[in-house]
Design a protein around this ligand. Structure first.
Ligand code: NAD
Ligand code: ZN
Length: 360
């Protein structure tokens, strides 16, 4: 078992990473002071695969868990579904000490966490992420949210879980495209923070797709460590945490431009990281060899490097609609070298436009 601590000021918690975590889960819940009425939130793909074993682990710990499932997919991260989940929580008799358990990908984690953060002004929340992206990104750091019709993740809060349980066995059923999605964020951690990790991912891409257990454990644990280290220094995103946004400024514009239909998030981040690297090169911070190394690992991880469905003007205009854009200034995260980045909110328009042209 690998255990990664997220060391926060008031509410530190552990991420447990291993195969077959049932006993660890049972023991955590049995030793908790939670009320024994619990709600497990899952989705229509994951519930069939993993709900029964999760409910069994909770029952063994003396809990009376109820399961509720939302339709799989981003559309479920809505107010409408949130409203239904509140109703389920009330009818299930959840009190202030009852835990809500998110069993699913980032969609389930974000909406279940949002419910946990607001139901009775906040009740215990536990993450059991099942997608690679949720393992390394959405389940770590405490951002929870639902989407608004006018924008993604616009309504949310910071709400840390009590624990995160990552069961590696669950990756066996994850579609391969979702493995690539998670890898985009994993590559991002190497680029912003750890050159050796970047090299490790490049060297082990085949093992990752073959679901080699040790390699998966290593890359998930290192990703969680990096995200935890960044979040611990800046829990509410007032400064450093913005480096996690590397590649995301363009990614969000690409996602909006393509109406969230052509690329999933990791694919858009992959293209966005190439764009951010091109800006970094054009401003003289890195050389061509770094771009080559990035494109090489993205290819190995079966991720796109170009946005074939976008226009230069469309993406450029869309950059100003990002919720991270403040006072009309786009905050770019740029590469100094592999493993090191800085923020820059004064990139000239022609440099941005050149990067956009390069990724079309
Ligand atoms: P997702 O939750 O939609 O899961 C992707 C697909 O994989 C779904 O169809 C799901 O049913 C399926 N799935 C999940 N685990 C499975 C398994 N083990 N076996 C088979 N199928 C499985 O998407 P995601 O990529 O996990 O998460 C994306 C969401 O996360 C977005 O809403 C995004 O905004 C959010 N997010 C949040 C944060 C944060 O800090 N809170 C960070 C990054 C992303
Ligand atoms: Zn992301």
């Amino acid at each position: 078992m690998k255990t990664v601590q997220v060391p926060l000021k008031d509410n530190s918690y552990n991420i447990y990473i291993d195969n077959d975590l049932h006993e660890t889960i049972t023991s955590f819940f049995a030793n908790s002071n939670f009320s024994r009425t619990a709600l497990v939130v899952s989705d229509s793909n994951v519930d069939k695969l993993y709900a029964a074993q999760t409910l069994a682990a909770l029952k063994k710990a003396g809990f009376a868990p109820q399961l509720t499932s939302i339709p799989a997919g981003e559309k479920s991260k809505s107010f409408f579904v949130a409203q239904e989940l509140y109703t389920t929580a009330i009818k299930a008799g959840l009190d202030r000490k009852s835990p809500i358990i998110a069993l699913g990908g980032g969609v389930v984690g974000d909406i279940a966490g949002f419910i946990a953060s607001t139901y009775m002004r906040g009740i215990p929340f536990i993450q059991m992420p099942t997608s690679l992206l949720a393992h390394v990104d959405s389940s770590v750091g405490g951002k929870v949210a639902v989407n608004h019709q006018l924008g993604k993740n616009l309504i949310g809060s910071f709400y840390q879980p009590k624990a995160v349980f990552i069961d590696l066995d669950m990756l066996q059923t994850l579609p391969v495209r979702e493995i690539s999605t998670g890898l985009a964020e994993i590559i991002k951690y190497g680029l912003i923070y750890d050159k050796n990790f970047f090299t490790y991912i490049t060297d082990h891409s085949a093992d990752i797709f073959a679901l080699n257990n040790d390699v998966l454990k290593n890359i998930i644990a290192r990703s969680c460590e990096i995200k935890a280290a960044v979040v611990a220094k800046d829990e509410k995103e007032t400064g450093l945490r913005a480096i996690l946004n590397f590649g995301h400024t363009l990614a969000h514009a690409i996602e909006r431009e393509t109406k969230y239909e052509k690329y999933n998030h990791g694919e858009a981040v992959s293209i966005g990281m190439v764009g951010a690297a091109i800006i970094s090169r054009d401003l003289g911070f890195i050389q061509d060899d770094v771009i080559k190394a990035i494109c090489h690992v993205l290819e190995l991880c079966r991720l796109p490097q170009k946005c074939t469905f976008c226009s230069e003007d469309g993406i450029y205009q869309d950059l100003f609609h990002d919720k991270k854009t403040v006072n009309g200034k786009i905050n770019w995260v740029l590469l100094d070298e592999i493993g090191k980045v800085h923020s820059d909110n004064a990139v000239p328009e022609k440099t941005v436009r050149h990067a956009i042209k390069s990724i079309l």
